[in-house]
Each structure stands twice: as structure tokens, then as C-alpha cells.
Design a protein around this ligand. Structure first.
Ligand SMILES: Nc1ncnc2c1ncn2[C@@H]1O[C@H](COP(=O)(O)OP(=O)(O)OP(=O)(O)O)[C@@H](O)[C@H]1O
Length: 256
């Protein structure tokens, strides 16, 4: 039995002639945060999408809880619910014509089969730091940071086992990025979630993740314990990523 709850095994993803992900193997353990870092175009988003069944594989497999997910079939419903994804831009993830409370209620119903009562919904919103007035708002009536909280509430309402977060704070004002990152850390500890945290920012990844996988041009170039990898990067690309950070402790300090 693998130590990983969700795992990519020798995954290849192609878009026409473009070979975006080249034989990547990695996995997230139960309750762990795995950071996937790399510059734009390194293939990390493609891999993240593939890990929740949103991307077709050219070769390799995604294994969830010991069971390979066939890339050709739609994921079984229970697996689809267990694996949730949060994207960069919360505004485009939410239907502009649907109230925020309704969006979260429908996600909860996907798991339980019934829409939650208003006080349950209010509790879900409170969990992500939003008061009940947000239930009746439309996306246009909330800020980016507030919307990303709603997106998190919606993902968590499904009671997932794994959350793949793809640049979840990159579209937010710097002033609210740390708040949302802290929220994610708290939720993970509280709900015993596994998180795959995808980001171009190694300082943020270092702060969020237990282990880090570094991608470069579609390949996994290095992976290991977050602190150790930052302290002793083995690959020159990892060193370059670290050198590009003015002071990795700044983000850590901001978000702590
Ligand atoms: N749907 C698609 N169709 C064609 N090419 C794609 C598609 N999605 C990604 N690519 C290409 O695959 C490569 C990897 O993209 P991917 O988005 O996975 O990388 P990334 O590291 O997440 O970058 P970014 O942070 O810019 O999203 C890039 O060259 C990208 O242009």
C-alpha cells in the first residue's frame, strides 16, 4: 500500500505537440501539504488539474487511496467529491447570477443529498471568516479575498479529503493574501485535509508546505522536506528560484 493518499505516477500530459508534463511522479500523504512550485509554463497547473481528474493523461496514472483513476472515464461520484480544486480567480469560479449562500449550499448538497439549513450555511461561512450577510450577496458584492473565502467554503462544504489549490492567492491584493493563506493552514489542521498547493512563489510554498516538489519545463527536478529543500537546494533551478526571492522570511513572517 502506498504512503500517499493521492499520487501521480509517471504522468505525461500533452496538448497537441506540446509535452507539458513529462513523467512526473509525486504524491500527498494524508493530512499533509505538498507544495508544487515552478515558473509559469512548468506544467504545475496541468498536473494539479490531472490530480483531480480534470486533465486527460497522455501516459501514467493518478492513484487515489490505492485505486488508479482511469483517465478515460469520468471519475466515480464519491471520488469526485473527495478531490476538490480551488483556482486562482475566485470571481470566474462563481456564477455571477447566483447568491453566494446558494453556491455553497449546492456544493454541500452534492455530498449530503439535501440543501443545508440557513444556520448550517451561516456556520460554513463563519468557518471561513465571513458573516451571514454574505449568504445573500452576489459575487459582485464582495471583494476578491472574500470571494476566495467563499470558494474555500464551497470546496469544504463537500467535505473533501484532498484540496488542490492552484495559485489560490495570486489574484488577491497582497494585503489579504496572508489572511487567506493562514485560513487555509487552519482549515487543513482542523479538517485533517491533504492539500496540494500549486504556486510559482517558493517563499509562499515554503511557508505552506511540509514537502515541496519543484517542476521545471514539465519535469520534476527535485522534491523533499520544505525546510531542508530551501536550506540545501540540490538543483540549480531550485537555487535560482530561491535567489529570486528578496527574503524568503518576509513572506513567512507576514503569514505567521
Ligand atoms: N489547454 C491547453 N492547451 C494548450 N496548451 C496548454 C494548455 N494548458 C497548458 N498548456 C501549455 O502547457 C504548458 C504548461 O502549462 P501549465 O499551465 O500547466 O504550467 P504552469 O506551470 O501552471 O504555468 P502557469 O502558472 O502560467 O499556469 C505551457 O506551455 C502551456 O502553454
Amino acid at each position: 500500500m502506498s504512503e500517499y493518499l493521492l499520487e501521480a505516477r509517471d504522468v505525461h500530459i500533452t496538448y497537441g505537440a506540446k509535452h507539458a508534463v513529462r513523467g512526473v511522479s509525486l504524491g500527498v500523504r494524508p493530512g499533509e501539504t505538498l507544495g508544487v512550485v515552478g515558473e509559469s509554463g512548468s506544467g504545475k497547473s496541468s498536473l494539479g488539474r490531472a490530480m483531480v481528474g480534470l486533465e486527460r493523461l497522455h501516459a501514467g496514472e493518478i492513484v487515489y487511496d490505492g485505486t488508479p483513476l482511469s483517465p478515460k472515464l469520468r471519475l466515480p461520484r464519491a471520488v469526485r467529491l473527495d478531490l476538490q480544486m480551488v483556482f486562482q480567480d475566485p470571481a470566474s469560479a462563481l456564477n455571477p447570477r447566483r447568491k453566494l449562500g446558494r453556491a455553497v449550499a449546492e456544493a454541500a448538497a452534492a455530498r449530503t443529498g439535501k440543501l443545508p439549513a440557513r444556520d448550517e450555511l451561516a456556520a460554513l461561512f463563519a468557518h471561513v471568516g465571513l458573516d451571514a450577510s454574505f449568504l445573500d450577496r452576489y459575487p459582485s458584492q464582495a471583494s476578491g479575498g472574500q470571494l476566495q473565502r467563499v470558494v474555500l467554503a464551497r470546496a469544504l462544504a463537500v467535505r473533501p479529503k484532498v484540496l488542490v489549490a492552484d495559485e489560490p492567492v495570486s489574484a488577491l491584493d497582497v494585503s489579504v493574501q496572508a489572511q487567506v493563506l493562514n485560513l487555509l493552514c487552519d482549515l487543513r489542521a482542523e479538517l485533517d485535509l491533504s492539500i496540494v498547493f500549486v504556486s510559482h512563489d517558493i517563499a509562499v510554498v515554503r511557508h505552506m508546505a511540509d514537502r515541496v516538489a519543484v517542476m521545471y519545463q514539465g519535469e520534476l527536478v527535485e522534491s523533499g522536506d520544505a525546510e531542508e529543500l530551501v536550506a540545501n537546494p540540490r538543483h540549480e533551478y531550485t537555487r535560482a528560484l530561491l535567489e529570486a526571492v528578496p527574503d524568503p522570511d518576509v513572506v513567512g513572517a507576514l503569514a505567521s
